[in-house]
Design a protein around this ligand. Structure first.
Ligand SMILES: Cc1cc2nc3c(=O)[nH]c(=O)nc-3n(C[C@H](O)[C@H](O)[C@H](O)COP(=O)(O)O)c2cc1C
Ligand SMILES: O=C(O)C(=O)c1ccccc1
Length: 388
């Protein structure tokens, strides 16, 4: 077993072990990838305040997200096609999250189905919803998530149409995913991935294929999304979905204070400040830069979470100290999954937990609740003086 001490170690192994088509799909941002890059470089702009001679014994990273206990404020973000990174990837990731004590969010676009994951775990997980044109299908999907006892519905709002990712088009990534001649050639060097996949429970969209008609035979992810997703989704429809669900609702993909106010108005329990990991609107600001103005607008009335660009426990610390009440990792756990399956996801969580715990101690903090702006050195003008 290789010694893993950083998320980057897992990323290198992921690249080595997973066919290029799926590695590229995970790693890509849209268009020039400016937003994708700035999601991580903007975290680097913020510095941590080192404090000394503070009793650091009895530290804890435990806290709550939407009223649920978490071992640290880091959930697994919904990631489509997770089961193509590793056989039964959603089951593996959900089990790793459950054992660690952090929430797992299952994507609508997952390979393992809601029922597969419910069967393989003992605690409730969260379900992420994409709304399709077929409203009956959406209603059935919500019912399936209820039947599986999912404890939150995460409705993603920043992807009713897909941002263009060049590599996916060049690699011929289709939806539902199919192996092309190019990928099969690439497979020759990815034996363990291929052998695993042969034994996988599923190799196509588990929540969709067999549950809705006319979904196969599409050239690429963008064309498929344009055909299937509901382009008319608006705040009125979001309010109706919330009513249909009846439980906790998290609205994902908020990057603007005005939208955060709308989310508050429809009665969401939490929002996720997110630009979808730089995969949607290239040129949008990083989520860590968007966070302060959103907190100012709604932070005292709704739980504000953040994702996009988190690669370390220091990043988690920075987001929490700025005022977020929770964070999510997307690629960071996908690297682990592609590298080593369930053990790799556990490893990603351990890396981030250790970084968070040690950095809290070196900042002179012993609890998540104690974190605040006093832990940060934020450069003047960090939020940008761009005018809407
Ligand atoms: C490969 C990949 C697939 C994704 N699929 C979904 C999805 O199905 N639903 C969704 O709401 N977000 C999806 N996202 C966005 C993630 O939930 C999350 O917002 C993003 O990964 C956070 O950025 P990070 O990867 O820098 O942590 C996806 C992200 C990646 C990298
Ligand atoms: O790739 C993504 O980011 C994503 O969310 C998605 C959208 C449509 C189909 C599969 C994944």
């Amino acid at each position: 077993m290789p010694v893993i001490t950083t998320i980057d170690d897992l990323k290198r192994l992921h690249e080595r072990r997973v066919p290029r088509m799926f590695y590229d799909y995970a790693e890509s941002g849209s268009w020039t990838e400016q937003t994708f890059r700035e999601n991580t470089t903007d975290f680097e702009q913020i510095r941590l305040r080192q404090r000394v001679a503070v009793d650091m014994s009895g530290r804890s990273t435990k806290t709550q997200m939407i009223g649920q206990d978490v071992a640290m404020p880091v959930a697994l973000a919904p990631v489509g096609l997770t089961g193509m990174q590793h056989a039964d990837g959603e089951i593996k990731a959900a089990r790793a999250a459950e054992a660690f004590g952090v929430p797992f969010t299952l994507s609508t676009m997952s390979i393992n189905s809601i029922e597969d994951v419910a069967e393989a775990t003992t605690k409730p997980f969260w379900f992420q919803l994409y709304t399709m044109r077929d409203e009956d299908y959406v209603a059935r999907l919500i019912q399936r998530a209820k039947d599986a006892k999912c404890s939150a519905l995460v409705i993603t709002l920043d992807l009713q149409i897909l941002g263009q990712r060049h590599k996916d088009l060049k690699n011929g990534l289709s939806a539902p995913p199919k192996l092309t001649a190019k990928t099969l050639a690439n497979l020759a060097t990815k034996w363990s991935w291929g052998i695993g996949m042969m034994g996988a429970k599923r190799r196509s969209f588990g929540n969709i294929v067999g549950h809705v008609h006319g979904v196969d035979d599409t050239a690429n992810l963008g064309a498929w999304t344009a055909e299937q997703f509901d382009p008319t989704l608006d705040w009125g429809k979001i309010a109706k979905l919330k009513e249909q669900w009846g439980g906790k609702v998290i609205l994902k993909g908020i990057l603007d204070a005005d939208d955060a106010r709308m989310a508050l108005k429809v009665g969401a329990d939490a929002i996720i400040v997110s630009n979808h990991g730089g995969r949607q609107l290239d040129g949008a600001i990083s989520s860590i830069r968007a966070l302060p103005s959103i907190l100012e607008a709604v932070g005292d009335q709704i739980e504000v979470h953040l994702d996009s660009g988190i690669r370390s426990g220091q990043d988690v610390l920075k987001a929490m100290a700025m005022g977020a009440k929770g964070t999510y990792i997307g690629r960071a756990f996908i690297y682990g999954l592609g590298a080593m399956g369930q053990a790799g996801v556990t490893s990603a969580l351990e890396v981030i937990h250790k970084e968070l715990d040690l950095s809290m101690a070196l900042c002179g903090e012993t609890s998540v609740a104690g974190l605040g702006k006093h832990n940060l050195l934020i450069p003047k003008g960090f939020e940008g003086d761009w005018q809407p």
